[in-house]
Design a protein around this ligand. Structure first.
Ligand SMILES: Nc1nc2c(c(=O)[nH]1)N[C@H]1C(S)=C(S)[C@@H](COP(=O)(O)OP(=O)(O)OC[C@H]3O[C@@H](n4cnc5c(=O)[nH]c(N)nc54)[C@H](O)[C@@H]3O)O[C@H]1N2
Ligand SMILES: Nc1nc2c(c(=O)[nH]1)N[C@H]1C(S)=C(S)[C@@H](COP(=O)(O)OP(=O)(O)OC[C@H]3O[C@@H](n4cnc5c(=O)[nH]c(N)nc54)[C@H](O)[C@@H]3O)O[C@H]1N2
Ligand code: SF4
Ligand SMILES: [Mo]
Length: 714
């Protein structure tokens, strides 16, 4: 659909770079890299590099973004608005002008609203771009029109909740301090694949100080392959492991009691609770041998500068909030926060505080309007009363920055829902994704280098500007254009927050924060908002009112990081959450009919569902594969490369086996996200995952799935 030729590397090699532009990576990745982009002309880019001058990016980015020319000049990029001409999903389209397509969407929205009320419209969005203006502007239209509210349950909830329950805030030791650590514990993040800059700083510590690198995960990830010490857990058992380590720390006098007495709520209660959480007890649950548990405890107990880098792996299991809190508690018991190069870090999301009142139209926000959980879109669209949450059916949607037909659990229901004849769906996209294929109207979207935006890091401390650097092709428009265009047609463009440009929104947010404006940021490229040492290390107290870390979390009393009223309140089996750090058996445990536990972890060359269209990414990932322990494979008569089927009550999928001893027996791993069409019958991996809410504040457990497994008949 695009006749632009792929980037000419001969041109780059010939040195024809006209200028270097500065930007930020827009993708949903904690690294939010500061970028340097080779500009070949007003509309062509060359190579993309990490900004050497940014102290977190430090000149390093992942391979997929370095090759962005492949994506921006991709021949399959959407360039024209399309209106469905055949049956849903059939692939028959007719072209339309952008303005005519917006007219049609507005007409459908108005018609739906007059029949069922405003809550029948769902503006479904997520983090395909992390730019604040292009990502969050959709709320302005949502709130002004009183459309349904969306609860964001995909990604961060369980980890943020577990961390905040303990620390009372979502921040921590400066992640750059990993370079000054003597032991870096990379726990629940496959950083080599998902946020490469963690490795930059951790590896500096190893090179310059001989620091030990420990990786704690459920399979031998590319990150674990680089570790000095590998801790291989069974999925969803971090709480058991952490408790046994704390047991050893107390038993062997390695807990920092003075620190605990000053900075925590109930160290004596914790110690007595841990009495019977022995390494033997933990081994039976998490699979890590007693000797390895004790050795790890002695390492972090005697290494003052131990840095715990806790990742999003904790959100992937139904007991993830408890596990995150247990891992963080361990870091506190060692007293490591007192030392430079020590402490724990998960996310800095609390430090940025950019005021999005105008951008999001918060004055029009009504939390009493019906909330929809994004992970339950299948249940919502197929009309399940609980998921509809007291509101009318969904009959009209706009989707930006997300690909629900691929990334959301319970995929069969999602697809069934999208095929409803009485549902109108507009998808604003860069590519013909699984979701766009099912739409009634497809609008082409610009890419980050083609529009203005501003980004904040989660895994670091910078706000980075991403100004427009090249002209888009004829056709694609920014999200902001769509939101403003619809607002005009839907009669709310005179409301507060509308009628401003992207730059004006950026200026307003920066000025309110006392941080200059778009132009000053353009000159400076980014701002470093790192809190001072005592604040970052909680040495002036933790974030709770009494300044104490909570070993006894108030699971439903402490506001989750995803603060009210943005969330739906306590959810899931909250009554089963433990008083102290512990193992809670809330996971989807294997059973006789489903003897395997499936984790669907991120692939290195994709980013969620993005880059699956990029030839060099698919060439690297090859084909959908299931990593099976060789002993399990032998027991099932499966050989390397065989076609296998796996399934559960939600459905079944087929792919090829890759034998790998990198995980405990009974655990199978599939790295994705591959498009649904890469699988037989067009059913993707999320056919198998569940959308139930996890305690205490919701969230979806994408790597917590029981399955049966067999060799496919040929
Ligand atoms: N290349 C690439 N990069 C990405 C993404 C991608 O898809 N591909 N996705 C982006 C997004 S949206 C996010 S949220 C981040 C996530 O990035 P990370 O913070 O790295 O989180 P995950 O990759 O989801 O999970 C981390 C690791 O935890 C493991 N894990 C699963 N269950 C458990 C468990 O019970 N205990 C422990 N200890 N580990 C467990 C997973 O197998 C995985 O290896 O990455 C971002 N970056
Ligand atoms: N099985 C399984 N499923 C998962 C996960 C897993 O680990 N396993 N991870 C989960 C997690 S952590 C997350 S965060 C979600 C992510 O789910 P999504 O947010 O849906 O995934 P992305 O692929 O990051 O982004 C979606 C789309 O945004 C589009 N996009 C990018 N920029 C723009 C823009 O400026 N404008 C418009 N209109 N569109 C744009 C991209 O082309 C892409 O198709 O997936 C979840 N699903
Ligand atoms: S590491 Fe993450 S933030 Fe950095 S360029 Fe790659 S995807 Fe973007
Ligand atoms: Mo995510």
């Amino acid at each position: 659909m695009n006749d632009a030729t792929p980037i000419d590397s001969a041109l780059i090699d010939s040195g024809a770079v006209a200028a270097i532009g500065h930007s930020a990576c827009p993708h949903d990745c904690p690294s939010t890299c500061a970028l340097e982009v080779e500009l070949l002309s007003h509309n062509r880019i060359g190579r993309v590099r990490g900004a050497a001058g940014n102290s977190y990016t430090a000149g390093v980015i992942c391979a997929k973004v370095a090759r962005y020319a492949e994506r921006i000049n991709h021949p399959g990029r959407l360039l024209k608005p399309l209106i469905r001409a055949g049956a849903k999903g059939e692939g028959q389209w007719k072209d339309a002008s952008f303005e005519a397509a917006l007219d049609l969407i507005a007409e459908k929205f108005d018609r739906a609203e007059s029949k069922f009320g405003s809550e029948t419209v769902w503006l479904n969005y997520y983090a395909g771009t992390m730019g604040l203006v292009q990502r969050d502007g959709i709320h302005r239209l949502r709130h002004a029109k009183r459309y349904s509210n969306q609860f964001d349950s995909f990604c961060t909830n369980l980890a943020w909740t577990g961390f905040t329950m303990g620390a009372g805030a979502l921040r921590g030791s400066d992640p750059r301090e990993m370079a000054k650590s003597d032991c870096v514990v990379i726990w629940g993040t496959n950083a080599v694949s998902t946020q490469v800059n963690v490795m930059t700083h951790a590896m500096r510590a190893r090179k310059q100080r001989g620091a030990k690198i420990v990786v704690i995960d459920i399979y031998d990830t590319p990150t674990m392959k680089q570790a000095d010490i590998k801790v291989l857990l069974k999925p969803g058992t971090d709480g058991a492991f952490a408790c046994a380590v704390m047991h050893v720390l107390f038993r062997e006098g390695l807990a920092d009691r003075d620190y605990l007495n000053k900075y925590s709520d109930d160290p004596a209660g914790l110690e007595s609770h841990l009495q019977d959480r022995t390494p033997q007890w933990a081994e039976a649950i998490c699979g890590v041998p007693v000797a390895e548990i004790e050795a790890f405890a002695r390492l972090v107990g005697t290494t003052k500068r131990s840095f715990f880098r806790l990742g999003y792996g904790f959100t992937r299991q139904r007991n993830g909030a408890v596990n995150m809190h247990a891992a963080l508690s361990l870091a506190v018991v060692t007293g490591s926060y007192q030392y430079e190069g020590g402490g724990a870090f998960h996310s800095n999301s609390d430090i940025f505080r950019l005021d999005k009142t105008l951008l999001e139209g918060r004055k029009h926000f009504d939390p009493s309007l019906r909330w929809l959980d994004q992970s339950k879109i299948g249940r919502v669209l197929t009309g399940e009363a609980e998921a509809l949450n007291g509101g009318p059916p969904i009959t009209a949607m706009l989707i930006q920055n997300t690909n629900p037909a691929n990334v959301t659990p319970e995929q069969r229901k999602v697809i069934e829902g999208f095929k409803r004849e009485d549902l109108f769906v507009a998808v604003h996209e860069q590519f013909m994704t699984d979701s766009a294929k099912l739409a009634d109207v497809v609008l082409p979207a610009t890419m980050f280098l083609e529009h203005d935006d501003i980004y904040r890091g989660g895994g670091h401390q910078h706000i980075v500007l991403g100004p427009k650097l090249v002209d888009p092709p004829e056709g694609p428009k920014p999200n902001h254009h769509v939101i403003e265009g619809l607002a005009k047609r839907l009669g709310v463009s005179d409301r507060e927050g509308f009628g401003l440009t992207e730059r004006e929104h950026i200026d307003i947010m920066l000025k309110k924060r006392g941080m200059g404006d778009f132009d000053s940021f353009k000159a400076d490229k980014w701002a470093d908002l790192q809190p001072d040492f005592n604040t970052a290390h909680f040495l002036d107290g933790f974030g709770h009112k009494d300044g104490k870390f909570r070993f006894r979390p108030d699971w439903t009393g402490t506001p989750a990081a995803n603060k009210p009223p943005k969330r739906m309140g306590p959810q899931g089996p909250v009554d089963q959450l433990p008083e102290f750090p512990d193992h809670v058996d809330l996971i989807e445990s294997a059973d006789a009919d489903h003897p395997f536990r499936l984790a669907t972890s991120p692939a290195r060359s994709f980013l969620n569902s993005t880059f699956a269209e990029t030839p060099s990414s698919t060439a690297k990932e090859k084909r959908p594969e299931l990593m099976i322990h060789p002993d399990d494979a032998a027991a099932l008569g499966i050989a390397d490369g065989d076609r296998v089927q796996l399934g559960n009550g939600r459905g079944e999928v087929a792919m090829h086996a890759g034998l790998d001893a990198g995980q405990r027996r009974g655990v199978v791993i599939h790295e994705g996200l591959w498009p649904n069409s890469a699988f037989e019958a067009g059913e993707g991996i999320n056919t198998l995952t569940g959308a139930d809410s996890c305690a205490p504040y919701g969230g979806t457990a994408f790597h917590d799935t029981k399955v049966w497994l067999r060799r496919a008949e040929v």
